[in-house]
Design a protein around this ligand. Structure first.
Ligand SMILES: Cc1cc2nc3c(=O)[nH]c(=O)nc-3n(C[C@H](O)[C@H](O)[C@H](O)COP(=O)(O)OP(=O)(O)OC[C@H]3O[C@@H](n4cnc5c(N)ncnc54)[C@H](O)[C@@H]3O)c2cc1C
Length: 463
């Protein structure tokens, strides 16, 4: 049985590891020059290691936890969440709690209290209506609206509430603390939950070390990984894919294809008619700074929400693992989201002055002379953009792919247009591997959709 897996992020790697260990011939094709996808890391000659923004593991799924622990072995730390929000020139706790709300200037505090007394029911599925119903118009205007509109380059009225449901859920993670509405914030403050939520993070090598361990295991078990390459065309017989020809000229036989790569590339490969919907991702430019000035904050990441702020989030890799940052230095990962092809994407050097002025304003840098160096990284397809009608478009796209290639399955964040976390991609691939291996042993082979094992989009929230 020959299987081609497109994309060597955590979804592709997890699946390939399981299949190779059971004797299936699996070839991974990855367009970047390294494995890991959104969960890869960059290590520079200055001794610093940066992830793509913040990356820490948390799961309530025992199978995923066992898998992560087995792969990481001893190279594993337990860290406590520490995230913040920078608003009105102060660092406040995130997820929202009473300290964040009480820190609002009095006129906003009074307005937020009025919102609570006069809740407004959502009339549409828009992100705007959802946030206003949950948190009130004041907090929407102060934080959620400017943050989201800058981040996604869309007005909140044109975005679907799934962005908020999945995004706020992800940012919160600690399910014992209810920050899903202003009422929940107050309840959790009056009756605080017991205990703390811990996250798993590699002691050395950044989050990317997890993907590298998976890749080493795949190679040990006879799998192949083609880097800096991507499918150029499919060979087909009777509609089914029988092989994949790559840009670098490899011709790989395929009884089944698992696609974890960009969904749009499938449109091109299949020469889709105009009627097949287009879906869009937003990408991210990272400015990875090393400075001689300790930022003096303990957060792992901080959101910057106000309207005039160009930066959406900053992480301090030292607060994930001390080994990420050279002794006596500080490392700062500054995230700016943008469409591919925008002026920021094409020429980030024009923006470094904006970033550095911002670091001074946020008191994360004492002087421009403290900057030792910075590296820019261009990360494609970091977030699916959930416009108001995205569910219809996504369904149209998935239906077209299933109809076109019966033996192709779409898995993971980028292929399912799924605003998910690492543990969700791992869980979906473990499940797909189980279903596929069960059929393989029984000599059966079913349609691609059978192995996809996810239907969360249409439920609107992650489990
Ligand atoms: C800034 C940021 C912070 C995050 N923080 C966290 C966190 O703290 N905790 C957490 O659990 N999760 C976090 N996540 C989410 C997590 O990174 C993803 O859920 C997970 O890595 C997705 O893995 P995947 O394999 O499904 O998708 P991806 O990582 O997107 O992998 C897809 C792979 O396919 C490749 N590819 C795409 N198109 C093609 C093509 N045509 N041909 C060949 N290859 C192709 C891509 O290069 C990529 O390697 C974060 C994500 C981002 C962007």
């Amino acid at each position: 049985m020959d299987v081609v897996i497109v994309g060597a992020g955590l979804a592709g790697l997890t699946l390939a590891r399981r299949l190779c260990r059971e004797g299936v011939r699996a070839v991974l094709v990855e367009r970047e020059d390294a494995v890991g996808g959104l969960a890869r890391s960059f290590s520079y000659a200055n001794g610093a290691t940066f992830d793509i923004g913040p990356h820490r593991f948390h799961t309530e799924d025992p199978a995923v936890l066992a898998f992560v622990n087995e792969v990481l072995g001893d190279n594993s730390l337990r860290i406590r969440r520490n995230s913040e929000l920078f608003l009105f020139d102060q660092y406040l706790p995130w997820p929202l709690n009473w300290k964040s709300v009480l820190a609002l200037p009095p006129q906003f505090l009074a307005a937020a209290a009025c919102d609570l007394l006069r809740p407004r029911k959502a009339r549409t599925e828009s992100l705007e209506d959802y946030i206003v119903e949950k948190y009130g118009r004041t907090l929407y205007k102060i934080f959620f609206q400017p943050y989201t509109e800058r981040f996604l380059d869309y007005e909140c009225a044109n975005l679907h509430r799934d962005w908020a449901i999945t995004g706020i859920d992800r940012a919160t993670i600690d399910r014992r603390f209810d920050s899903s509405s202003i009422g929940g914030v107050i309840r959790s403050t009056l009756f605080p939950p017991a205990g703390t939520t811990e996250f798993i993070y590699p002691e050395t090598g950044g989050i990317g070390s997890f993907a590298e361990l998976l890749a080493a295991d795949i190679l040990r078990h006879g799998g192949r990984i083609l880097l800096s390459d991507e499918p150029e065309r499919f060979l087909t017989a009777g509609g089914a894919v029988t092989g994949v020809v790559t840009r670098q000229g490899a011709e790989i036989p395929a009884d089944h294809v698992f696609w974890t790569g960009n969904l749009q590339s499938l449109r091109t490969l299949g020469d889709a008619p105009e009627a097949v919907p287009r879906l869009h991702f937003i990408s991210t430019v990272l400015f990875n700074y090393v400075t001689g000035h300790r930022a003096g904050r303990d957060f792992q990441w901080c959101y910057f929400g106000e309207r005039d702020m160009k930066i959406s989030r900053i992480c301090l890799p030292r607060n994930f693992s001390p080994s990420n940052t050279p002794a006596g230095r500080e490392a700062l990962c500054v995230e700016m989201s943008c469409p591919e092809g925008s002026s920021l994407w094409r020429d980030p050097a024009r923006w470094d002055c904006v970033v550095e002025t911002f670091l001074l304003k946020a008191r994360l840098l004492d002087s421009l002379d403290s900057v030792d160096s910075y590296h820019v990284e261009w990360i494609r397809d970091t977030y699916p953009v959930y416009v108001l009608n995205y569910r219809r478009k996504l369904q149209g796209m998935l239906d077209w792919v299933h109809g076109k290639w019966p033996n192709l399955s779409m898995l993971g964040r980028t292929a399912r247009f799924w605003y998910n976390n690492m543990d969700h991609s791992i869980a979906a691939s473990l499940r797909a591997a189980d279903l596929f291996l069960e059929d393989h042993r029984a000599g059966r082979h079913r349609d691609g959709g059978h192995y996809e094992a996810e239907d969360r989009f249409f439920k609107g929230t992650a489990p």
